[in-house]
Structures are given as C-alpha cells and as structure tokens.
Design a protein around this ligand. Structure first.
Ligand SMILES: NC(=O)c1ccc[n+]([C@@H]2O[C@H](COP(=O)([O-])OP(=O)(O)OC[C@H]3O[C@@H](n4cnc5c(N)ncnc54)[C@H](O)[C@@H]3O)[C@@H](O)[C@H]2O)c1
Length: 266
C-alpha cells in the first residue's frame, strides 16, 4: 500500500476499550475513532461509557457504550456477546481500566490489595481471554495493555498498584508468546505522569504541575493524547511485527535515575 494520510489503515476495524469513560481510555477511543475504527466503550461507570459513545457518534463514528465490570467474569462475557452481536469479532482490545488504593504494604488491608489485583490484573486477563478468543479464531488481533512506569519502578504508599502493573507486563509477554502463532499480538504501553481524573487531585495543589514537569526531560506532564497516539499505532498493522514489547510514554522520566547521584564537580 502507499503510505499517506491513512497510513494506519484501521478503517472499519472493531476496538474494545475498557475504562473508556474518561481519562486515557476516552482519548484512545477518540483517536481510534478518528482513524475509522468502530468503538465499544466499556466502563464500570455507565454514564462515562455512554458519554464517550455519544461523543464519538456525534463525530460520525459507529460506537456503543455500556457498563462492564472487568473484574467480573460474567460481566465481561456478556460484554463480548454484546460487541459480537453488534460488530462481529473485535480486532483490537485496549486493556486500560485501572484503579488505585493507597497505603503502605505494612498496613494495607487485604481487601484493598485484592480489589486492585482483581481489576488491574485479573480484569486484564479476563478481557484478553474473552475478547481474544475470537481474535485467535480469526487469526488477527492486537491487544494493548495500559500499564504504568510504576510496573518497573516501585511507587511507595500505593498498595498493590505497582505489583499489579508489574504482573501485567508478564501477562502481556506470556500472551504474546502463547497467542503469536494465532496472529494475535500483545504489547504494553506504560504511562508516566499523565494528567487525568485519576491523578487530578495531585495537580490541585499549587506548584505540583510545574514541579513535576521540571523532573521530566521533555519538561511537561503527559496528556491522555500522548498515550492515545502510541496505543493507536500498536493497534494497527504498522506495528505488525511488534509483540511482547513495552513502551514507556513518560517524556523520558524513567531515564533520569543518574540525576539522583551527587557528582561534585559536574
Ligand atoms: N494518569 C496517570 O498518571 C497514569 C499513570 C500510569 C498508569 N496509568 C494507568 O492508565 C489507565 C487509565 O488511567 P486514567 O489515568 O485514565 O484513570 P481514570 O480513573 O481517569 O480512568 C480509569 C477508568 O477505568 C474505569 N474502571 C475502574 N474500574 C473498572 C472496572 N472494574 N471495570 C471497568 N472499568 C473500570 C473507571 O471508571 C475510569 O473511567 C489505568 O490503568 C492507570 O493505572 C495512569
């Protein structure tokens, strides 16, 4: 094909985006839609899912939105049936819905630990398995898991968040290995500091935005669109030989470890 304005060549594909009711998920759904993808916007927040779908429909996209709890197997199964009835098998899954419960590991309640693992890890497996079934049958699919830079860099006082994201990295790599022979790819996008409803409370404090931007080589906090662009590329065949990989979308923040080392004279 000739690469041009439509170089991603995604028109009429079908994407399921979890956590599409706001933040990164809504931005990914919009970017995929801009590229001609039909969208199933899923979220535990029904109003959010409906609002995203409504917004996309107004912009001319074929979209549906409905409530799903990704940690509930029967809810995910029902969602897959709804999507299949409307669009046929999904080509793309953006595993994005995520939660956080703060707390030091010494005192975190087991229910908070379990809640985060249920959504951030088991929910990703349930969605991959349920929507991936048709992908394996059709011999085509791209799964993008939205993880975090905290998968590789411990985020203190955040309970099971870092462990859950670290496990998503291995989940993705294992899926890449197991499902590669069926034409299904699995990759991770790891956001750095990104301004969304999940993190908005940090930015309400005066000076936090500027202080965070100052420690990022690209000198700004990320926006949901930064993630949407990379997810859309990974969803497309322009990344057809990329699987089992992880891309940090963090403005270079994870490359700054050496800045903590005192180096007199430099
Ligand atoms: N914002 C950041 O700085 C940042 C950094 C690293 C990673 N992330 C990751 O990016 C992803 C998106 O985060 P965001 O910042 O857009 O957060 P967000 O809170 O704005 O969006 C997450 C969405 O997931 C939905 N959700 C939560 N539990 C669900 C469930 N059980 N089933 C279905 N939907 C559910 C929420 O209702 C919400 O709409 C998450 O996986 C998060 O861990 C975000």
């Amino acid at each position: 094909m000739t690469l041009g304005a439509d170089w991603l060549d995604l028109k009429d594909r079908v994407a399921v985006v979890t956590g599409a009711g706001g933040g990164i998920g809504a931005a990914v759904a919009s970017e995929l839609a801009r590229n001609g993808v039909r969208i199933a916007a899923l979220d535990i927040n029904e109003d959010g899912a409906l609002a995203t779908a409504e917004h996309l429909k107004k912009a001319g996209t074929d979209a549906i939105g409905f409530r799903v709890d990704i940690a509930d197997e029967s809810s995910v199964r029902e969602a897959a049936e709804t999507v299949a009835a409307r669009y046929g098998p999904a080509d793309i899954l953006i595993n994005n819905a995520g939660v956080m419960r703060s707390g030091d590991l010494s005192e975190l309640s087991l229910s908070d630990w379990q809640f985060v693992l249920d959504v951030n890890l088991t929910g990703y497996l349930l969605c991959a398995r349920t929507f991936g079934e048709a992908m394996r049958e059709s011999g085509r699919g791209s799964i993008v898991h939205v993880s975090s830079i905290s998968a590789a860099h411990p985020q203190a006082s955040s309970g099971a968040y870092s462990p859950s994201k670290a496990a998503v990295s291995m989940l993705s790599r294992t899926l890449a290995f197991e499902w590669g022979p069926f034409g299904v790819r699995s990759n991770v996008v790891a956001p750095g500091m990104t301004r969304t409803p999940l993190t908005e409370s940090f930015y309400e404090q005066p000076g936090v935005l500027e202080a965070r931007a100052a420690v990022v080589p690209l000198r700004r906090v990320g926006a949901p669109q930064d993630l949407a662009d990379v997810c859309t590329w990974l969803a497309s065949d322009r990344s057809a030989y990329v699987t089992g990989q992880e891309i940090a979308v963090d403005g270079g923040f994870t490359q700054t470890l050496m800045s903590h080392v005192p180096r007199p004279g430099y």
